[in-house]
Design a protein around this ligand. Sequence first.
Ligand code: NDP
Length: 448
Amino acid sequence: MDVSAHIEAVYEDIRRRNPGEGEFHQAAHEVLHAIGPVLRAHPEYSRARIVERLCEPERQLIFRVAWVDDQGTVQVNRGFRVEFNSALGPYKGGLRFHPSVNLGIVKFLGFEQIFKNALTGMAIGGGKGGADFDPKGRSDGEIMRFCQAFMTELYRHLGEHTDVPAGDIGVGGREIGYLFGQYKRITNRYEAGVLTGKPVGWGGSHARTEATGYGAVYFAQEMLATRGHDFDGRRVVVSGSGNVAVYAVEKVHALGGRVVACSDSSGYLVDEDGIDLDLLKEVKEVRRARISAYAEAKPTARFSARGSVFDVPCEIALPCATQNELTRQDAVALVKNGVLAVAEGANMPCTPEAVEVFRGARTLFGPGKAANAGGVATSALEMQQNASRDSWTFERTEDRLATIMRQVHAQCRATAETYGDDADDYVLGANTAGFLRVAEAMMAQGVV
Ligand code: NDP
């Protein structure tokens, strides 16, 4: 079969066999439509059905999570873990707690994770999980009981050599702590490497909290350098105000840029003075309040519940909230305002139509599986430290992170040139380089 027809057939099969999983279809479409050239160069991959095997998770778990809230009412949620591919190492990928979580979202995230993890060059496979639990407004005790109930089912599928979750939306250091405590209680093992994103005092890695946001900024910095630009004096817009967004803001400021806007699901905030990082952290990390509380505390800032953060003029945009948050209309506004580069701190935040606009305008565009790979790469460094019962300094860990991001960037460009005709095509480069590494491992490991 000719390669294009083969890819179309695989894609149609994915849609037919995974109905209603729109985000998974979207993520698969992007990868499948980037790997044509590599499949033409390697007909053995098609004979071994590498693509068909890659698109089918090795294992998908769906389970009930029953727990009791502060009023004594029994609550029932749904938990997920998709163990997508273990060709390169134990399944690795975060847990998301958000009311929107469903199987299609977990599969899209797990699928992305395979290629992202491969790009880091480290020994980690791809997986993802979570629950349709909404942590907003829940007490600390409720969060703890939910995490314990969730882990009471999930623990049997985990292990430092099997499956190693981390955080994602709604899951930070506090939740990882409760999850780890329950894992330890049930298994009677202090297996530090079974979860990453742990607090630094008991097995966590320095720079893990900062890694995804810092890494996205390093990636953007590398992209800008190819055209002789840097962050110094640039206007930047960051969407979201969670873990990834906060540390993206921190690194942009350290590099001399000025982040003038950020957001949460209730609206966006503009502060022409530059976002005050201490205040942002106080509002989001300590008070766990809405972003509007920042504007209430600072007269130079204004909050808007309507419109899009991407309408705020900027030279660099870092979408760091959630999937499909940056639409075609946003992309048109960004290009019209002269954006130079867009790097995805979140997973798949730009819609396919938005990516087309950036491509058409030759805006530098770094897809999430490359630009936000710093988080999982530092999780792998945390696993290394746990395995050797060692703890590295912040400087040493951040230095490794910066090196990894430079390598990911260089690998994307080199692969895009080899399999296409444009080194700026980071979508082609990231997907192809990630795919190649996984495909080679799968070929070597036989039909499993
Ligand atoms: P957090 O929960 O810390 O923050 C998420 C932020 O995005 C919040 O500001 C939240 O606003 C906003 N947000 C979430 N859902 C929506 C929505 N439906 N509409 C609008 N805004 C929304 O998560 P992270 O910062 O950890 O994750 C952000 C993104 O980065 C995700 O796509 C995640 O998959 C990705 N990522 C995270 C990594 C990590 O290490 N944490 C690693 C690689 C990727 P609100 O508080 O109002 O809900």
